[in-house]
Design a protein around this ligand. Sequence first.
Ligand SMILES: [Zn+2]
Length: 76
Amino acid sequence: MSAPLPADEPLICSSRGCRAPAQWALRWNNPRLHDADRRKTWLACADHRTSLGDFLDARGFLREVVPVTGSPTLEG
Ligand SMILES: [Zn+2]
């Protein structure tokens, strides 16, 4: 399994208007729109991990939150 994140681009928080570097990847799935094994990814800085995560979790979409290091050496 390879992460669908672009390796050579800066990872920026997905929160509207936020330009902070992302530290977390929130992996989510809307069962009304997506196959069960599909994952959408939102990136979040430390400040927005909670707000974005709560948004998804309140809707039952949040599947996992994983750290984003930006390191190309990180595998598996
Ligand atoms: Zn942010």
